[in-house]
Design a binder for this molecule. Structure first.
Ligand SMILES: Cc1cc2nc3c(=O)[nH]c(=O)nc-3n(C[C@H](O)[C@H](O)[C@H](O)COP(=O)(O)O)c2cc1C
Length: 303
């Protein structure tokens, strides 16, 4: 038997696999496929204070090894989430993480404050890194100062643990990671999608209504892994690795590079059972390598 649990300090997960925001609905959508209690946790779709329609279609394009999306953070808003969805989730024995969005710095705090009242939320993940909502893919995570300010504001109004989700669309991700740590973020999750586009030769138009979108899936794994490695070398808070994780082996690479847990995104669209399969695969890999506790491999990479 392998001990699969990992400890983020503020949150113990029964295994290191978390379903990523925007690829797992509000959790309920995946109930027909498997028992959600199998997961380490899941992150619900990003929420603003009010409901939001998102960007104009087309909003998804497949590429040779990934997906470009420009959903634009469509969502039901925090009130509907707390009223209609959260009560359906709270009897689960799994970490429920809510992805928090904001048009401006104050909205992040407003959403976080609202989400701090009901019971059942394990942590907030601050989505300061979506490339589909502001012009030219800009987002607060491209700037250490705005990253710091948003976390500071959220921490003033909420006692829930804060995970800050970083953007790969920067020159040096470690600057932003350090700012987030200094502001009091309890963990980091990285990466969000890479700014991308696709062209339709027949219409001579961009293939996304929003022109630009965010690339996810296998294509981004090496970039994500490099960034997770760079950040883990510098910060003391736990890091959750995200980007192109489709198999148990992918997940183990991120953990060896220093990630305490991983999130699985696009893989959920290809195979709704991706997360339980990855969890099983991690267990088999550990058994085969005579590893008793999966946490032993975190950061074991020899450089
Ligand atoms: C369709 C789609 C919607 C997404 N929506 C969100 C979101 O609401 N909030 C967020 O923080 N990340 C969102 N993401 C980013 C993912 O959570 C993840 O960071 C990214 O896709 C990279 O992981 P992957 O390669 O495993 O998909 C979305 C990704 C996709 C593909």
């Amino acid at each position: 038997m392998v001990e699969l649990s990992v400890d983020l300090g503020f949150l113990k997960l029964k295994n290191p696999v978390i379903a990523a925001s925007g690829t797992f609905g509000y959790g309920l959508e995946f109930r027909p496929f498997y028992d959600l209690n199998l997961l380490g946790g899941f992150v619900v779709k990003g929420l603003y204070f009010n409901p939001r329609e998102g960007n104009n279609p087309p909003r998804l394009v497949e590429t040779s090894s990934g997906l470009i999306n420009s959903i634009g953070l469509q969502g039901i808003g925090v009130e509907a989430f707390c009223r209609d969805v959260l009560p359906e989730l709270t009897n689960l024995r799994v970490a429920i993480i809510v992805n928090v969005c904001g048009q401006d710095e104050d909205e992040y705090a407003r959403v976080a404050e609202y989400l701090s009242q009901p019971k059942g939320i394990a942590a907030l993940e601050l989505n300061i890194s979506c490339p589909n909502v502001r012009e030219e893919g800009r987002c607060p995570a491209q700037n250490p100062e705005s990253t710091y300010r948003i976390i500071e504001k959220v921490k003033k109004v909420s006692s829930l643990p804060v995970i800050t989700k970083l953007s790969p669309n920067v020159t040096d991700i470690t600057e932003v990671a350090l700012a987030a740590e200094q502001a009091g973020s309890q963990a980091l999750s990285l990466i969000n999608t890479l700014l991308a586009m696709a062209v339709d030769l027949e219409t001579r138009k961009p293939r996304l209504g929003n022109v630009l979108g965010g690339l996810s899936g296998p294509a981004i794994k090496p970039v994500a892994l490099r960034m997770v490695f760079q950040v883990c070398r510098l910060v003391k808070i736990p890091v959750i690795g995200i980007g192109g994780i489709f198999t148990a082996e992918d997940a183990m690479e991120f953990m060896m590079a220093g990630a305490s847990a991983v999130q699985v995104g696009t893989a959920n669209f290809v195979d709704p059972d991706a997360c339980p399969k990855i969890i099983k695969g991690i267990e088999s890999w550990a058994e085969k390598h005579n590893i008793k506790k999966i946490s032993e491999i975190i950061g074991c990479l020899e450089v």
